[in-house]
Design a protein around this ligand. Structure first.
Ligand code: FAD
Length: 359
């Protein structure tokens, strides 16, 4: 029985987009322009996707002018790197401005397919779709590595997906595990409030030059599309954008790096010959695509992601993926990059549905 609080859903739709974050909105924009019958399903109660759950000091790594979805530029912000609230305002305005059809909150529980339709089963009923575009991001599927002794550690452990700010760690000794952008930003965020911050990484920290930010990451993706990727790729892969707070912490010598844990203990961890004692461990160890709701379709390969051609599943091309990372198109997981992959997949699907080429 559908919950009374849930919106009522149609029995059928030509296209169901699962996920109403930036990737889902970009798909909605192009679907509107093509005049396709579509519906976006999102399990949050408000707009903004994962940006609603980040830590409060998070800032974009690109200026507003390099952080826009198709059609509507992100308004300028007085700070070079806009804060999360600016992104949330922008996404809320975006979906209203283009009158995107979004049902919230609706969670997709499972998806099955037969010759006639892809059946999207939700907590508000089932929709028979001709096509499904998945845009559920990665935030829902935080990844934590398995470390010997982890179950005996008595302190607090959380993933960066659940980190909200430094206040919760005042006076604590904290290990931040992960030498990527999230780890370095969270370590810098904690420095004023925690009594000790250990930044733990498998590799040494590799910063991009201080004048390089998200603009260059996007340029690199564009170059990859143009085919002259290798050099850009080598220069940028796995490197940290030196945001002002990170740069400041680095210049004060506050970001001290430690090698990865050999094993964990009830009080902390053993690293080589030394032992650290910590009250909390924050795992900044990345994400996996949030695709649990597709498990019945059995699309995943041994690499953990579905095999795709372009953005379409090889096993069932009625199912497509947008916004997860490079396997769904260069820079597809960024605000500015997702418009391009959304456009490509919507073009294909709307042509197959018999809509005239446009947009
Ligand atoms: P999401 O924003 O996660 O949206 C997916 C939506 O689908 C969510 O609302 C989710 O609740 C919903 N959903 C999931 N499963 C279901 C289901 N089964 N049924 C219904 N709904 C479901 N990108 C940039 O361009 N610039 C940056 O500066 C930048 N900084 C980043 C900083 C961090 C720390 C991280 C982790 C990412 C950053 N990104 C940045 C990358 C990217 O822009 C964000 O991760 C973005 O939120 C991804 O958007 P999305 O729409 O793909 O997914």
């Amino acid at each position: 029985m559908p919950d009374r609080e849930r919106p009522s859903l149609p029995e059928r739709a030509d296209v169901v987009v699962i996920g109403g974050g930036q990737a889902g909105l970009a798909c909605g924009y192009w679907l509107e322009r093509q005049g396709v019958d579509y519906l976006i399903l999102d399990d949050q109660s408000g707009p903004g996707g994962a940006w609603q759950s980040t830590w409060t000091s998070l800032r974009l790594f690109s200026p507003a002018s390099f952080s826009s979805l198709p059609g509507r530029p992100m308004p300028a912000h007085p700070d070079t790197f806009p804060p999360v609230e600016h992104v949330l305002d922008y996404l809320a305005d975006y979906e209203q401005r283009y009158r995107l059809t979004i049902a919230r909150p609706v969670r997709v529980l499972d998806t099955t397919a037969d010759d006639e339709a892809v059946r999207v089963r939700t907590d508000a009923g089932t929709i028979a779709a001709r096509y499904v575009i998945n845009a559920t991001g990665t935030w829902r599927a935080p990844f934590v590595p398995q470390i010997e002794g982890q179950d005996r550690y008595r302190g607090r452990q959380l993933h960066s997906a659940h980190y909200r700010g430094p206040d919760d760690f005042a006076g604590e000794r904290v290990a931040v595990v992960g030498g990527g952008n999230s780890g370095v930003q969270i370590a810098a965020d904690l420095i004023q409030q925690a009594s000790a911050v250990h930044l733990v990484s498998l590799t040494r920290l590799r910063y991009l030059p201080d004048d390089v930010d998200g603009r260059h990451l996007f340029k690199s993706a564009t170059e990859r599309i143009a085919g002259n990727a290798a050099e850009q790729e080598n220069q940028l892969a796995g490197k940290i954008v030196a945001m002002p707070a990170v740069r400041d912490a680095r210049e004060r010598g506050a970001l001290r790096l430690r090698a990865m844990f050999d094993r964990m203990t009830p009080e902390g961890a053993v690293i080589g010959r030394s032992q650290i004692e910590v009250d909390s461990i924050i795992w900044c160890t990345g994400y996996r695509p949030a695709l649990r709701h597709l498990r019945s379709l059995k699309l995943r390969t041994k690499d953990g992601v579905p095999a795709v051609e372009g953005q379409r599943s090889v096993k069932d091309p009625r199912v497509a993926f947008v916004g997860y990372g490079d396997w769904t198109g260069p820079a597809s997981a960024t605000i500015i990059g997702v418009g391009r992959t959304a456009k490509a997949v919507v073009r294909e699907i709307s042509a197959e549905l018999g809509h005239a080429e446009g947009g």
